[in-house]
Design a protein around this ligand. Structure first.
Ligand SMILES: Cc1cc2nc3c(=O)[nH]c(=O)nc-3n(C[C@H](O)[C@H](O)[C@H](O)COP(=O)(O)OP(=O)(O)OC[C@H]3O[C@@H](n4cnc5c(N)ncnc54)[C@H](O)[C@@H]3O)c2cc1C
Ligand code: SF4
Length: 569
């Protein structure tokens, strides 16, 4: 029998990128908030530059909830399940995955919000890929712009603006939507290698620029600037220069005295009354069960866990899972197409032994709708990203480009000579939702509490694979222009496995028949239930999701505070 605790105004489930941001506007408006976080607080000592632990063993050691509930995956209903990951990429700790993410902090392009209408207008309705369930967002870039700006200053983002109020600056991204002001900090510094790449891009008439990062390039909010020593690719920052919510919004929310942050609180199910309104959440700490009553519940446990919590919370009002009377929970799922990379070998050292993955050069000429697709066989595009980051174990796994065997002394000699002469581009591509790509509960695999884990049934379709082939051509051209002597391409992409950029499952939209949450992030079916995270996003664009996730989280929380007196609960 669960112990029932004292009620609160708002419960936030999961204090990561999204939940860790949302708590701040809530408490600033005077609401009492309980933050239930499955993980614990980590300290700088947990952020040692240890490639073996960070990149190859599950960490942190304290709580590894995610590692016990790794989704299963299969490409489609007739294909067998793929191999299950041994380590979940996401984090269980206060601050969530912002502790060890790469911290690239991109805004979406205005086209990403209105992909359907703008594609129809420019190329005709037939260009929306067959079988895709993509919809325009219920609002445009302009509506999210003030929240992007808010987050860039609240957490601290470094970068060079390319479009301030319509004035284009060639040092930044000329394709970005107009912003009201520049970044609070200048971009991370370049390297000789990145400068070579930028020069090659310019020689083609492309527009290279340094990417934005939630990493300090000067002391900001009394925290250190980045020292470029690296190892924070899947590791935390031991000088607090990476702007995780653990060091930014969460402590500021705690300082108000209105955030009660409970760690080791694993939320299992969400409760409603007979009228179908939220009453609170159930959680388990070290085997003991609690019920936390609340007037409003916001879930922010990342895409897979958001969907799982809803599907596991069955009641008389919601026999198929909470907020699922229209059968939309788990639908419109997709993961960002970041496979199909390109790797190059150069005849000179790149000096990438220190540096970090957010320290790089981007080209957006082939992203979104920044180029004419009339004669092409896809819509959307990719962000070409070349960065400075190398660690010993990863480097030893380098390709030999068919110039040496993959073992023995000849292999060792090749790696010794070439480990710093290779570079792999990260190409994120527009990915769309499709009718037959979805999440549900696995019929067999269970977590240690006996609850089913998520099952992914999804694969990249023709549009995504065609973007991949096109952007690989561009990337090869770029590498060769900078002097690469060999280039290799990864396969164009098949099954969508577990992803760090997982979208949909609780999509946002005005139509309750095809979306789980409304334009503010609140359930169409349960008005005092909000959902935070990329599970609400209907398109991915060609850039990482987290800044958008955080802007949406602030907007949802602010909407709640402004409408607190009129809420239904
Ligand atoms: C290695 C890596 C690099 C990345 N790099 C980038 C990047 O450069 N740029 C970018 O934009 N994105 C990046 N991402 C993705 C980014 O981390 C996610 O978009 C973001 O963290 C998602 O935010 P979230 O709040 O939904 O999830 P998280 O940040 O993972 O937070 C979820 C929180 O909920 C908690 N939780 C989960 N289930 C429960 C439960 N049942 N009860 C209580 N608490 C629960 C978790 O412990 C966690 O703290 C990267 C991810 C990884 C793994
Ligand atoms: S490279 Fe920068 S962000 Fe990464 S650990 Fe070092 S100081 Fe922190």
């Amino acid at each position: 029998m669960a112990t029932s605790l004292k009620g609160t105004d708002v419960v936030v489930v999961g204090l990561g990128a999204a939940g860790g941001v949302a708590v701040l506007p809530l408490v600033q408006a005077g609401l009492e908030v309980v933050g239930l976080e499955a993980g614990t607080w980590l300290t700088r000592r947990d952020f040692a530059p240890d490639e073996l632990r960070n990149n190859y063993r599950g960490w942190p050691q304290a709580v590894q909830k995610a590692n016990h509930e790794i989704p299963t995956s299969r490409a489609n209903t007739s294909s067998p399940a793929g191999p299950r990951l041994t380590i979940h990429p996401m984090q269980n700790a206060v601050g969530g995955t912002t502790l060890h993410y790469w911290a690239q902090s991109w805004r979406l392009n205005p086209w990403d919000f209105a992909l359907v209408s703008r594609t129809r207008r420019r190329y005709g309705a037939s260009r929306i890929p067959k079988g895709s369930t993509v919809e325009d967002w219920p609002f445009g870039y302009d509506e999210l712009e003030p929240y992007y700006d808010k987050i860039e200053y609240e957490i601290g983002v470094s970068g060079h603006a390319g479009n301030v109020n319509g004035t284009i600056d060639a040092r930044g991204n000329r394709f970005e939507g107009p912003r009201t002001r520049g970044y609070p900090m200048p971009p991370l510094r370049g390297t000789d290698f990145l400068e070579k790449m930028a020069t090659a891009a310019r020689s083609f008439g492309w527009h290279p620029f340094p990417g934005p990062a939630a990493i300090n390039t000067r002391p900001y909010q009394n925290r250190s600037a980045c020292m470029y020593h690296g190892f924070c690719n899947r590791g935390g920052c031991h000088v607090d220069a990476k702007n995780s919510t653990m060091v930014t919004t969460i402590p500021r929310a705690q300082a108000t005295g209105r955030l009660n942050l409970v760690t080791r609180a694993h939320v299992t199910t969400l409760e409603v009354d007979n009228n179908g309104l939220m009453t609170g959440v159930n959680y388990v700490t070290d085997g003991t069960e609690y019920f936390q009553p609340a007037k409003v519940v916001l879930i922010a446990g990342y895409t897979y866990e958001n969907v799982r919590m809803l599907l596991l919370s069955k009641s008389k009002a919601f026999p198929n899972g909470l907020s699922n009377n229209h059968g939309q929970v788990g639908r419109h799922y997709f993961s960002h197409h970041g496979q199909a990379g390109v790797t190059a070998l150069f005849p000179w050292n790149t000096n990438s032994w220190y540096g970090l993955p957010a320290q790089g050069i981007a080209v957006d000429n082939w992203a979104d709708d920044n180029f004419d697709h009339s004669g092409l066989d896809f819509i959307g595009g990719g962000n070409l990203w070349v960065y400075s980051d190398r660690r010993p174990i990863g480097a030893a796994g380098m390709s030999t480009f068919d110039r040496a065997p993959a073992w023995g002394s000849a292999w060792k000699a090749f790696v010794k000579d070439n480990a710093d002469r290779t570079n792999s581009a990260y190409i994120q591509k527009t990915t769309l939702p499709y009718e037959d790509n979805y999440l549900d509960l696995d019929p067999v695999a269970k977590d240690p509490l006996g609850s089913p884990v998520i099952r992914i049934t999804a694969e990249f379709k023709e549009n995504e694979r065609n973007i991949a082939a096109f952007t690989q051509d561009k990337m090869e051209e770029w590498y060769r222009g900078a002097g690469a002597i060999a280039v290799q391409r990864a396969p164009l992409g098949g099954a969508m496995g577990v992803s760090t950029h997982a979208y949909g499952g609780t999509r946002m939209g005005d139509n309750a028949e095809t979306n789980v949450v409304d334009r503010w992030g609140f359930s169409h079916e349960v008005p005092n239930l909000g959902v935070l995270g990329a599970s609400t996003m209907g398109t991915s664009g060609a850039h990482n999701p987290t800044l958008t996730v955080q802007a949406l989280a602030w907007r949802t929380a602010e909407h709640l505070t402004k409408n607190w007196k009129n809420r239904r609960s």
